[in-house]
Design a protein around this ligand. Structure first.
Ligand code: APR
Ligand code: MG
Length: 215
């Protein structure tokens, strides 16, 4: 077990810990971008209220409900659909890098493509959290475009909540949705994009400072 990780049973035995459960929903697809780039798999994430990318789910109190029932309840609020989650879909539990003790439980659930589309439609229409705790569901682009810097590399250069980025990367490898070589290439380009972004932000800051001084 990797450092910081604990079994589901150990996690539940932790007194005074808060618990959060999140799930990666995914499916296979035969569709192609621009009619020529195979999309291969749909992986759902969300733009959270805090501007960070993460997986759907949320806080669960195991004294009141099972982790999986709590996760299903959160999914109904955030996605507007009833999606049962089972113990078999649990992947890992680990301590979150937060000030108060929090254990995050991660699950993966495979759906068929039509069900994923239903989830996306409901998330933008009937879900009670839409526009509030959840700003929108997003698909992870698993391909590369525009000389490798577009697609997965650009997506990975965004900001993620907690360990969501590594949960995504581990899942892509573990499920064989991407090869280690493809992932390595995307991460190399993501780092380059990150450097550009830092320069962009510094330039924007200088501009704003100059404007601020003139008002
Ligand atoms: N890895 C690690 N920690 C995560 C991850 C992740 N992938 N995703 C979320 N978290 C953390 C968040 O930082 C948060 O502290 O888990 C906690 C709960 O997850 P949320 O999905 O944010 O919880 P939710 O119940 O949907 O929303 C409640 O309302 O009161 C606010 O700030 C509070 O974030 C909380 C939100
Ligand atoms: Mg949430």
């Amino acid at each position: 077990m990797a450092s910081g990780q604990l079994s589901r049973a150990e996690a539940l035995a932790c007194s005074g810990c808060r618990h959060a459960c999140h799930v990666m929903l995914y499916s296979d697809t035969k569709t192609q971008l621009f009619g020529r780039i195979p999309i291969k798999h749909i992986v759902l994430m969300q733009m959270r209220f805090d501007g960070l990318l993460g997986f759907p789910g949320g806080l669960v109190d195991p004294a009141e409900e099972s982790l999986e029932a709590g996760l299903s309840r959160e999914l109904l609020e955030e996605l507007g659909v009833t999606l049962p989650v089972s113990v078999e879909e649990h992947v890992e539990s680990c301590y979150a890098p937060t000030t108060s003790p929090l254990i995050t439980h991660f699950y993966r659930k495979k759906l068929d493509e039509e069900r994923i589309r239903e989830v996306e439609r409901a998330a933008a229409s009937t879900a009670t959290d839409h526009g509030q705790e959840v700003l929108g569901m997003v698909r992870v682009p698993l391909y590369s475009v525009k000389g490798e810097e577009g697609g997965l590399a650009a997506f990975l250069s965004h900001s993620f909540i907690g360990i969501a980025r590594s949960q995504l990367l581990d899942s892509l490898l573990c499920l064989g949705l991407l090869s280690p070589g493809e992932l390595h290439k995307a991460l190399t380009h993501a780092l380059k994009i990150h450097t550009h972004s830092t320069e962009d932000l510094k330039a924007a800051l200088t501009l704003t400072e100059a404007k601020r001084k003139h008002t």
